[in-house]
Design a protein around this ligand. Structure first.
Ligand SMILES: [Zn+2]
Length: 79
């Protein structure tokens, strides 16, 4: 009855640090930002989701957070 709920993973590219989606059963995934071939099982996972819809929502939030963090860091540098 119990199945692997996480079917889609949000993994972090070990080369550029970008977030990308990968299927849990997928072995490798090319990073859309830098083209690096990521070993999905070994990659750092930022989150996991039940489906692609949920995963893209998480991905959007992670990207927004990253931008906010960057903006905050820039602001701190100015003052
Ligand atoms: Zn990358």
């Amino acid at each position: 009855m119990v199945q692997n709920i996480a079917s889609v993973l949000v993994v972090v590219c070990s080369k550029c640090g970008g977030f990308l989606l990968a299927k849990a059963e997928q072995k490798t995934k090319a990073c859309p930002y830098c083209g690096f071939k990521i070993a999905v099982q070994k990659a750092k996972k930022a989150a996991s989701a039940k489906n692609a819809y949920e995963a893209s929502a998480i991905l959007r939030k992670l990207k927004t957070d990253a931008v906010l963090k960057r903006n905050r860091a820039n602001r701190q540098k100015q003052f």
